[in-house]
Design a protein around this ligand. Structure first.
Ligand code: ASP
Length: 319
């Protein structure tokens, strides 16, 4: 019988800022769901993180749009929110959608209406730093003055063409946290401001259950960061859990889900930072994979004083 690890938190590197709170909740007997959400919320509040919550890089129009999702591996309940403007904690909104509605996902104006009518407080999400990055790109591009929509489209396309250079330096970033609590339940929470300079309304993998987030107590959980369009097309988070269900080891499940991405013909997928996955099996063993040779992830059990940073399994996108 494999040894079970209860009271453990694993996540993307930037999630470490939320680990103290998650560990405190677990030590107090709190649930995996509670702990995962608290950890992600701390990253949403981290103004230095330009890929998550307040401080995120805005869309092409200069508006910060947030995506988040949560999944409870005990019940397979899930909640997600997409393209949410003006509300700093999309992960809490996603949770409320899961708990208070018959729906899984709300987006845009409907999500905003939901947040407003459920007592969430609006705030300014655009920090001066994020705005400065947006302005530098906008002013650096040539624009025609004839048609405002055409201008925006041209600008968007020029930013998109530079995607390879900018990936994971300025334009991307997500946080994901998977927790197993003392009762053995698993939960996964994901939050992002998505692709900086994205087209308004663009959703990546983070709010899509099965793409950027999946959790099932019976097999394990997985969450992605990177080029969301690829994780959507391969249902990457769900694939990892499905491979675990088929009896793969955690490392093999991760490797296979990464190899699946090689089938995608994606002109924007040249950068070696294009996909990252963190995962946990049903016994609480954790691992992570990346197309980058340098990527790391973080992990902490309730017995550890602080988190540990570990290298990810390197699976290049191309052979
Ligand atoms: N996966 C996110 C998205 O596509 C971005 C990221 O992880 O960097 O929106």
């Amino acid at each position: 019988m494999p040894k079970e690890i209860r009271g453990i938190v694993v996540g993307s590197r930037n999630a470490a800022v939320g680990f103290p709170r998650a560990i405190e909740i677990l030590r107090g007997g709190g649930s995996a769901l509670e702990a995962a959400i608290a950890a992600v919320k701390a990253v949403e509040d981290d103004l230095c993180d330009q890929g998550v919550g307040t401080g995120g890089i805005p869309n092409i129009l200069g508006e910060v749009e947030l995506d988040a999702s949560v999944m409870d591996g005990r019940t397979l309940a899930a909640g997600a929110v997409g393209a949410l403007k003006h509300y700093p904690h999309p992960i809490e909104v996603a949770r409320r959608i899961m708990e208070c509605t018959p729906h899984v996902m709300l987006v845009g104006e409907g999500a905003e209406l939901f947040a407003r009518t459920h007592g969430f407080q609006p705030a300014n999400l655009l920090t001066p730093e994020a705005e400065a990055i947006w302005r530098a790109v906008i002013h650096g591009e040539r624009r025609t003055e004839h048609n405002v929509y055409e201008d925006r489209y041209q600008l968007y396309m020029s930013v998109v063409q530079r995607w390879r250079e900018l990936l994971h330096r300025e334009l991307f970033g997500t946080t994901n946290v998977i927790v197993r609590d003392l009762a053995g339940n698993i939960a996964c929470a994901v939050s992002t401001s998505g692709w900086g300079f994205k087209w308004p309304g663009r959703l990546g993998d983070s709010p899509i259950i099965g793409a950027g987030n999946y959790a099932d107590n019976r097999y394990g959980a997985a969450a992605c960061t990177g080029r969301g369009e690829m994780a959507i097309r391969c249902a990457t988070a769900h694939s990892v859990v499905m491979y675990l269900r088929f009896g793969f080891t955690l490392e093999d499940a991760l490797r296979q889900a990464m190899l699946d991405l090689r089938a995608l013909d994606d002109p924007y997928a040249e950068a070696d930072t294009v996909m990252n996955i963190v995962a946990m099996d049903r016994d609480g063993n954790v691992s992570a994979a990346s197309t980058s040779p340098e990527a790391t992830y973080v992990v902490q059990t309730i017995d550890m004083e602080t988190y540990e940073e570990r290298p990810r399994l390197h699976v290049p996108l191309r052979e």
